[in-house]
Unconditional design. Structure first.
Length: 415
């Protein structure tokens, strides 16, 4: 069965997260987005884990569903751990996604981690724990557990991050490297950028939303054609079988908030080639620049851009429907008219990812304003312009450029 999965998000118990990140809202938005298998997030947090046990019941093997309805949404037990520790005379800050097959496994993991740090303070706990030791704890609980380094290129908290990461999987995980089957690319990189590292050829690249609000789930995701169960999903990831793991859904990496180098306070946003000219120093304030993902990939790459490994899992780059509609209308996301157009399309075609990926151009044009249909088609073809993100600032998308402004002007005369 073909389905879409998003394995990384956060509950309302994580910092800087919407109060609406509860199971009921996640279930509702999973239907709107077209997500069949969705992360629970934050299973290490005591209150959230209590909530999961109260409101979820077993479905297919090691997956769960809400007790209160007959929804097709399936929840998979995952969490993100922030490991901050010293290794080889440097402070390391690594975020890792942990998958678990059962509540019993989660309870054992939480017991071990509770001895190390405070699990109540944040849905994504910060632990003074070597990433290798986390792997050992999790895999000792159950061989069915699965660990995936998260958003591996972001500067501050990742496996390869420019500020506090490593240069290889082996340097970080040592003898536990053999248990690292997958890496999460993050919003600021896509598979093509990662293909430049031959060391990752045997690693599966997955993509997830890392959402902090319900409407953001599925902005990156994974498309499978296999049995809906925990073992089948993990096997599809480990095997990299392109008949079972069809492709990933990606942000355009330029839209991610760490793609280019820069300094947010000075509004300095520059390509890595320019960074070299400034010796990694902000030309305005003379403080160090935040080295972004594109630069860091270039540092570690042993291949030229454009190389594609044999049997690589394909990907498709998309822009969220809300943003396409806003650009087509010449308005900001979240406006009344934009929401109305969004809801009309969902009512007509079922869910957002179906609209972005599958609905024909003719059907789109018949169902909505021609500019919105054209915008979706342009995004599918990659015919867009993006001012790259940098130092925590998301990139700015332009699908229509001046056309959007002209449309907005026309609408003002009509209403």
């Amino acid at each position: 069965m073909k389905f879409i999965a998003d394995f990384h998000l956060h509950s309302k118990y994580s910092r800087a997260t919407s109060k609406n990140m509860d199971l009921e809202n996640l279930d509702r938005w999973a239907k709107i987005k077209g997500i069949r298998v969705l992360s629970t997030g934050d299973f290490t947090h005591p209150e959230w884990f209590k909530n999961l046990k109260e409101k979820l019941e077993p479905a297919e093997e090691s997956l769960f569903r809400l007790k209160t309805n007959h929804s097709e949404t399936r929840f998979i037990l995952t969490t993100e751990i922030s490991c901050i520790y010293s290794k080889k005379e440097r402070v390391r800050k690594i975020h890792i996604i942990v998958f678990a097959p059962s509540f019993e496994a989660v309870e054992k993991i939480n017991t071990h981690l509770g001895w190390i740090g405070n699990l109540k303070s944040d849905g994504r706990p910060i632990l003074g724990l070597d990433a290798k030791e986390l792997a050992k704890i999790v895999l000792d609980v159950s061989e069915s557990c699965f660990i995936v380094p998260a958003h591996i290129w972001t500067p501050w908290f990742s496996l390869f991050g420019s500020r506090s990461g490593f240069d290889s999987i082996e340097e970080c995980f040592e003898e536990y490297s053999k248990y690292i089957f997958a890496l999460e690319t993050g919003l600021s990189s896509d598979p093509e950028m990662n293909w430049r590292l031959s060391a990752l050829d045997k690693i599966t690249l997955i993509s997830n939303s890392d959402s902090h609000s319900p409407a953001k789930i599925g902005r990156e995701a994974n498309v499978f054609d296999t049995e809906i169960s925990y073992p089948a999903i993990i096997e599809a990831i480990k095997s990299r079988n392109p008949q079972k793991f069809l492709y990933t859904i990606e942000f355009f990496p330029q839209e991610g908030k760490y793609h280019y180098d820069g300094h947010r306070n000075c509004q300095v946003n520059i390509h890595p080639q320019e960074t070299k000219k400034y010796n990694n120093i902000c030309p305005n304030c003379r403080k160090p620049l935040t080295i972004g993902v594109l630069n860091r990939v270039e540092q570690l790459a042993d291949r030229k851009a454009g190389f594609k490994p044999e049997n690589a899992i394909p990907f498709k780059s998309l822009i969220p429907l809300e943003e396409i509609i806003a650009d087509a209308l010449g308005v900001s996301p979240g406006t009344k008219q934009g929401i109305q157009e969004y809801n009309n399309l969902i009512k007509k075609f079922g869910n957002e990812l179906n609209i972005l990926l599958e609905v024909s151009e003719s059907d789109l044009r018949a169902a909505t304003l021609p500019e919105i249909g054209e915008g979706i088609v342009k995004v599918r073809g990659g015919k867009i312009q993006i001012e790259p993100g940098y130092d925590g600032v998301y990139g700015k998308i332009k699908i229509f450029g001046e056309e959007g402004k002209k449309l907005s002007s026309r609408q003002k005369t009509l209403f």
